[in-house]
Every structure is written in structure tokens, then in C-alpha cells.
Design a protein around this ligand. Structure first.
Ligand SMILES: [Zn+2]
Length: 136
């Protein structure tokens, strides 16, 4: 299986061996089974990307091959409109727990605040994260 480029926040990668498209298919099946909506992100086109919602949550699964090999990107947004770190396979309980996971030090069960566009930082990482992401 391809190594996700960003294993903390989601999965992004060229699908060299088909494993990333298989991962996207497993996520879609799990989301369907767990009562999420499913819509094409770009209806009326041949693009296979999908958009899923439930209870204020959003999951986007981008699946595109316009530039050659299939390219897969799976990402999720919590009801607080910040990005959520994804478990390797769909696991809603883990996604809920990740609402309180710091994107910078990996601390869990902690208060987090928005940094930059949609990152989560704990109190200990907040100032450095703002500096690193060019907010200050
Ligand atoms: Zn932290």
C-alpha cells in the first residue's frame, strides 16, 4: 500500500498499485453503512470525487486521474469546521476523539484551537504553530 503523504490529517497520494482507490471505496462503503449522505462533488462530469455529510461533519473523497495515475485525497471536517485527523480506516469514534487532538504535537484529549485555515493546536503548541504557519 502507498504511504499516505499526510497520515495525520488524511490521505493524499498517487495510486501506483490500486490500493488508494481501494481505500477510497472502503471509506465510501463504510460512510454509506453508517448513514452519511453521498453526492458527487462535481456532478455532471466524469469526476468520481464524492462529498459526504452527517450531523455537521463532512468527508471529501477526491479521486481524479486527469494528470495521469489516479490521485486520491480523503479528508474530513468536524462540526467545528476544522480539519480532523483520519484513522487508517473509517472509525467514527476515533474521528470524534480526534476533535481534541493537536495537529502539531499529537496530544489527545486536550483543548485545541483553530490555527491558520483549519488546523488544531493545543495551548502548548498554539504560539509556535501560528508562527510556523505564518499567522503572526
Ligand atoms: Zn500540541
Amino acid at each position: 500500500m502507498n504511504e499516505p503523504i499526510n497520515s495525520e490529517m488524511g490521505y493524499v497520494g498517487a495510486d501506483e498499485d490500486g490500493s488508494m482507490r481501494a481505500l477510497a471505496a472502503r471509506w465510501r462503503e463504510a460512510l454509506d453503512a453508517d448513514g452519511w449522505t453521498r453526492e458527487f462533488t462535481y456532478p455532471g462530469t466524469l469526476d468520481a470525487s464524492t462529498h459526504h455529510e452527517r450531523d455537521g461533519w463532512t468527508v471529501s473523497i477526491y479521486e481524479q486521474n486527469a494528470l495521469g495515475p489516479w490521485h486520491i485525497h480523503i479528508c474530513a471536517w468536524g462540526p467545528d469546521e476544522l480539519a480532523v485527523a483520519l484513522p487508517p480506516e473509517y472509525d467514527f469514534e476515533q474521528m470524534v476523539a480526534n476533535l481534541n487532538k493537536c495537529d502539531f504535537c499529537g496530544a489527545t484529549g486536550t483543548r485545541v484551537r483553530r490555527v491558520a485555515f483549519a488546523n488544531r493546536a493545543c495551548d502548548g503548541c498554539y504560539a509556535e504553530a501560528r508562527r510556523k504557519l505564518g499567522c503572526d
